[in-house]
Every structure is written in structure tokens, then in C-alpha cells.
Design a protein around this ligand. Structure first.
Ligand code: ADP
Ligand code: MG
Length: 613
């Protein structure tokens, strides 16, 4: 089939949806399209530079690696041309007609989650190439691949559902995008407007940019400059450019090292954790450079998994320049880089925690989940990570946290373990029956609110030689407290416990007097070492096997509590009523433990009890 006649294509459905929103959006910062297109041009040049390292035959090999922007205010057009890698016909179809750009994907996902009215989302995620349609009546993309023998093509669209591709004679290598501007966007055909935008956005592009024939940027690698001559704004602009970000960085670490490897690194923590917002899992995106030349924009092994939230650049002179992006042959070198950078970043966080505790707390709220993941799974950095964990506790104020080290410093001589309790929030833990015995003995308990905490605690196991122990675990032994007046005697308590066990049968594994109850009559403890109440809830939520295995708990009773004392009297005189009360007490304990699955039987029983008013 001849390809010289124009061929018409429909956009993929997702792209149509995206274009529809982009075109009709009232998003005010339309100028971001310049940054998106310059960034694509820069990527294309970067890719060409790489191809040159391995390929001998490159079409138009003498062209300079630069970006040319021209404006025409009479014709109301802006043109961006790069001499980069270019696109073949197939690549034009694939890259500009189907959705691949992760930012666009996230954008659509966020819209799907109910943000359809919120055009600000464009600003938050960026829509890459398609941002051109915010300002364009029509877009023409002339492109010719670096592969000798591939003809040039022009791709054109007005953004309304379809595009056309046609062969185009006499194209140079690379891509030229011609935008015919909407009338209300004519300002982008002004030299001065574009100059202004380019100066802000393009300072970090590592290729020359010319506007109407005049150079606008001086190529510089910010990370190689000395810290004290870089302004905060420069760092921020660099972050936005490099990470394709729209927020401001929360933390930054700029460092260099000579041994064991020569490294210049500039790392950023974004403002928000987008994984927390329910968006897709972050991909590692700290770029790897060797002497200012990009080796890999998203190297997978450069940092540990749990550091996937970091943005920025690592430049090492020790990397061989011709290292292949695909294979990264020199694994051991990357592993070394990985260790050195992770260690340095952990040290930085430790300093932040010490010197700027409030900022650290804010960071932790947002990104602590990654530190937990690392503490649980990354054996190499576990110790350093555990030091960075923070929890509220029975001794902190609401909203304030403690480190494990501070917890340990408050432990009494006789305390051997670090206690923690899981629960959905502070109020739930404080009003439950589990805490009171620890409070009465002045034992601090860490409060864990996130479902992963239990997993983290189980994997971390100990800190500073002290075991991490769930305070609601049946094995926990607490020291004796002086017996208050008026409690049931030991013998009577035993009799009652035996009767309760007989009465409740299979529903309880064991019934005994409690050493940890102060104000509550009963408490359910986990009889199953491997399935805590919290874990069970999680498995239920995930519909996992095992969540429905018959539930058996240990019941502890409080010989000092009025209800227990009354029950002791009644269990011989009015056995029927006593049975109802015993069953109700067990259910109450299960409710406190979050283990009550179905309350219908309980309601029927409660009504029966109420009849005796
Ligand atoms: P992203 O840059 O995040 O991949 P874009 O929507 O900006 O997403 O671009 C989509 C794709 O189109 C790019 O991945 C690239 O393959 C291709 N592309 C865009 N602009 C150019 C260009 N100037 N030269 C070569 N390819 C380009
Ligand atoms: Mg892009």
C-alpha cells in the first residue's frame, strides 16, 4: 500500500477522553505546554546521543544536538524543532495515538475517581504532548527517524478525535512541531512571552535552545555546581523540570563524595506521596548520569525499592560512558552506588529528624510508609530505618510521636520488652481494655494505627536488644499489683473461671483471672499466635482464606470488677441469668477486640437480659 496518500486514524478512546478534557479545560497555566514539548525535545536529543554511542549509521549525522523554537505572530504559530531521534510512521502512531505517558494515565485515573470537574488535575499530573491542544487549533508533527532509509512523515490533528499521517519529503532528522494557535492563545506567538517562559523552564535542559535564532539558555548541570552558589528557587525549578513535577520539593539533599565512588547527587522528596492517594505504584525515577550525560532516566537498581519516592539525579564519573541502558552490564558498580546513596540519604533523614523535628514529622506523615516497608523488608538498612520510625504512645500527646530510642530511654530497669498495640486510632486503643493493665504499671505502649504496622513489628522483631511485643498477646506476663480491697478471693475466682469455661464451651480456649485489667470486667486475648485480631480483620477485608476459621480466644476476668463479683454470686443462685451474662461478657470482649462479626445473636440475648429489668 502506498503511504504517500494521507491516511486517517482514530485516537484510542482514552486519548479522545483526554483530549476532550484538555481542549475544554479552563486550566489557567496553559504555558506548561512549552515545558512539555521542550522536555520531549530534550528527551529525543538525549536518546539520539545514546544511539550514537552504539550505532554507526545515523541519518543526518552532522546535525547539532539542539532545540530551535520559532514564533510567528502574524501567522499565530509557534514551532519547536529538535534534531533528536525522530519518529517513524509506526512510532508516530504508537507514541502520539495511544496512551503510554504515565502522567496522562494517572491523570485519567484521578479523573475517573471523581475529579472530572477539577481541571487543576492537569497541573498536577501533566498531560505531556497533549498539552499542546490546550492552545492549538491544529498541531502538525513533522518527524524523521534517525534510521537511514526511513522516510519523513507529517502527523496532523485538530484534537477532535482523529489524526492523519502522510509522507513528507525533505525532512531533516528529528521532530518539528508546528502549532497553529487558538485566537485567545495568540500570546504564545510572541517572542517576548516565549522567551520569558523558556528562561524559567529551560535553564536545566542540557542542550542549547534557540529562540528565533537567539540562544536562551546556558547549558549547566546544577548538581555539579557548588551548593552555596545555588538559590532555593533554582533548586525548585530544577526539581520541577527534572521530575516533571508540579509541586515544590519537601526535602532536598545535595551532596558529593569521592570515596569509595565519585558521586554528585541531588535528591528531592516531593511534597506528596501519590501512592497514598491511591495512584499507581511509583516507579524509580532518580536519573543516572555520567559526567552530565544521561545514562538512564529511570534506572531500576540504582536505589533500594523503598526509596522509589525520591526524585533527582545521581552523577558518577566512575561509570563507563558506553554503559548500555538496557543491560547496565556493570551490576556491581550500580550495587555500590545503591549502598552509598541509600546510606547517605538515611544519614540525612536522621539529621533532619534531630535538627528539624517538625519538618521531619510532616515528612514522616506522608512518606513514613516507605520507611516502614524498608524496615520490614530491607535487611541491609533495617537498623538505620528502625531508628527513623515514629509512633504515638500512651505517654505522648495526641498527634505527637516518639522514636524507639526515646521509648527505650524511658523504660524502667525491670522492663525487658517494647510493647505496642494495634488499633484504628488513639481513641479506640485508649478506650479498649488492653491498655489499662500497662497504664496501671506505668508501662509505655506504642500505638500503631496502620495495618502494615503489625507486619513491620513482626519483621523487625527487636530494637536495641529489646523484643517488640504486642500488648494484646496472651503470652505477655505483667508484674503483680497490690490487690485492692473487696476483690473476689483467688479460690472464688478460680471457681467462677471454671464455670465460665464450661458455660462458654468451645468459644473460649481458656478462662482465667487477669493481671492486666483495672477498669474493665473482661478481656479477650489472642489464643492464636499467628493470627492476631488485627491480622484477622485485614484478612477478612482482603477475603483471604483462614479469616473464617473458628475463632477461639482466651478470656481474662477481673476479680475486682462489680459485674464479675455479681456473676460469682448469681452463677449458683440463678444459673440461667448468669449464663446470659457470661455470654454477653464474652461478646463485649470480642467487640473491644474488633472481633465481633455478626451481632444478631447478641442483640437477641441483650433483649432477653433487658426483660429482667
Ligand atoms: P512522555 O514524554 O512522558 O513519554 P509525552 O506525551 O510527552 O509523554 O510524549 C509521548 C511520546 O511521544 C514520547 O514518549 C516519545 O516517544 C514521543 N515523542 C514526543 N515528542 C517527541 C520528540 N520531539 N521526538 C521524538 N519522540 C517524541
Ligand atoms: Mg513528555
Amino acid at each position: 500500500m502506498s503511504t504517500s496518500t494521507p491516511q486517517k486514524f482514530e485516537f484510542q478512546a482514552e486519548i479522545k477522553q483526554l483530549l476532550d478534557i484538555v481542549i475544554h479545560s479552563l486550566y489557567t497555566e496553559k504555558e506548561i505546554f512549552v515545558r512539555e514539548l521542550v522536555s520531549n525535545a530534550s528527551d529525543a536529543l538525549e536518546k539520539l546521543r545514546h544511539t550514537q554511542l552504539t550505532e554507526k549509521e545515523i541519518f543526518d549525522d552532522k546535525l547539532d544536538l539542539e532545540i530551535n523554537v520559532t514564533t510567528d505572530d502574524k501567522a499565530k504559530t509557534i514551532t519547536l524543532q529538535d534534531f533528536g531521534i525522530g519518529m517513524s510512521r509506526e512510532e508516530l502512531v504508537k507514541n502520539l495515538g495511544t496512551i503510554a505517558h504515565s502522567g496522562s494515565k494517572q491523570f485519567l485515573k484521578a479523573l475517573g475517581e471523581g475529579g472530572a470537574k477539577n481541571t487543576n488535575l492537569i497541573g498536577q499530573f501533566g498531560v505531556g504532548f497533549y498539552s499542546a491542544f490546550m492552545v492549538a487549533k491544529s498541531v502538525k508533527v513533522y518527524s524523521r527517524s534517525w534510521r537511514a532509509g526511513e522516510p519523513g512523515h507529517v502527523w496532523s490533528s485538530d484534537g477532535s478525535g482523529s489524526y492523519e499521517i502522510e509522507e513528507s519529503e525533505g525532512e531533516r532528522r528529528g521532530t518539528k512541531i508546528v502549532i497553529e494557535l487558538k485566537d485567545e492563545c495568540a500570546e504564545f506567538a510572541q517572542d517576548s512571552t516565549i522567551k520569558d517562559i523558556l528562561e524559567r523552564y529551560s535553564a536545566f535542559v542540557s542542550f542549547p535552545i534557540n529562540l528565533n535564532g537567539k540562544r536562551v539558555n546556558t547549558v549547566q548541570a546544577l548538581w555539579l555546581r557548588s551548593k552555596n552558589e545555588i538559590k532555593d528557587e533554582e533548586y525548585t525549578e530544577f526539581y520541577k523540570f527534572q521530575a516533571h513535577a508540579y509541586d515544590e520539593p519537601r526535602l532536598r539533599l545535595h551532596f558529593s563524595a569521592d570515596a569509595p565512588l565519585s558521586i554528585n547527587a541531588l535528591l528531592f522528596v516531593p511534597k506528596e506521596n501519590t501512592e497514598k492517594l491511591g495512584l499507581s505504584r511509583l516507579e524509580p525515577s532518580v536519573s543516572l548520569y555520567c559526567r552530565k550525560v544521561l545514562i538512564d532516566a529511570k534506572p531500576k537498581e540504582l536505589l533500594p525499592e523503598w526509596l522509589r519516592f525520591l526524585k533527582g539525579v545521581v552523577d558518577s564519573e566512575d561509570l563507563p560512558l558506553n554503559i548500555s541502558r538496557e543491560t547496565m552490564q556493570d551490576k556491581s558498580l550500580i550495587e555500590k552506588l545503591n549502598k552509598v546513596i541509600a546510606k547517605r540519604f538515611l544519614k540525612f533523614l536522621e539529621e533532619e529528624a534531630k535538627n528539624r523535628p517538625d519538618a521531619y514529622a510532616e515528612f514522616y506523615k506522608e512518606f513514613g510508609i516507605f520507611l516502614k516497608e524498608g524496615a520490614a523488608l530491607d535487611y541491609t538498612h533495617k537498623d538505620a530505618l528502625v531508628k527513623l520510625l515514629r509512633y504515638e504512645s500512651s505517654l505522648t500527646e495526641k498527634g505527637k510521636t516518639t522514636s524507639l530510642a526515646d521509648y527505650v530511654s524511658r523504660m524502667g530497669a525491670e522492663q525487658k520488652e517494647i510493647f505496642y498495640l494495634n488499633g484504628p486510632n488513639r481513641a479506640a486503643i485508649e478506650s479498649g481494655p488492653y491498655l489499662e493493665g500497662f497504664k496501671a504499671r506505668n508501662l509505655e505502649v506504642l500505638f500503631c494505627y496502620e495495618p502494615v504496622d503489625e507486619y513491620v513489628m513482626n519483621n523487625v522483631r527487636e530494637f536495641d536488644g529489646k523484643k517488640l511485643t504486642a500488648a494484646d498477646h496472651a503470652d505477655v506476663k505483667l508484674a503483680d499489683l497490690p490487690k485492692p480491697e473487696g476483690a473476689l478471693s483467688e479460690a472464688d475466682t478460680k471457681t467462677l473461671a471454671t464455670w465460665i469455661k464450661e458455660t462458654l464451651g468451645e468459644r473460649v480456649a481458656e478462662v482465667k483471672a487477669s493481671d492486666r485489667l483495672v477498669d474493665s470486667p473482661v478481656l479477650a486475648l489472642n489464643a492464636d499466635k499467628f493470627m492476631s485480631p488485627h491480622m484477622r480483620r485485614m484478612m477478612k477485608a482482603m477475603n483471604k482464606e483462614g479469616a473464617d476459621s473458628p475463632l477461639r480466644v482466651n478470656l481474662e476476668i477481673n476479680p475486682r470488677h462489680a459485674v464479675i463479683k455479681r456473676l460469682f454470686e448469681t452463677h449458683t443462685t440463678n444459673a440461667d441469668r448468669a449464663k446470659l451474662v457470661a455470654e454477653q461478657l464474652l461478646d463485649n470482649a470480642l467487640i473491644s477486640a474488633g472481633l465481633m462479626d455478626d451481632a444478631t445473636a447478641m442483640v437477641a440475648r441483650l433483649n432477653k437480659l433487658l426483660e429482667t429489668i
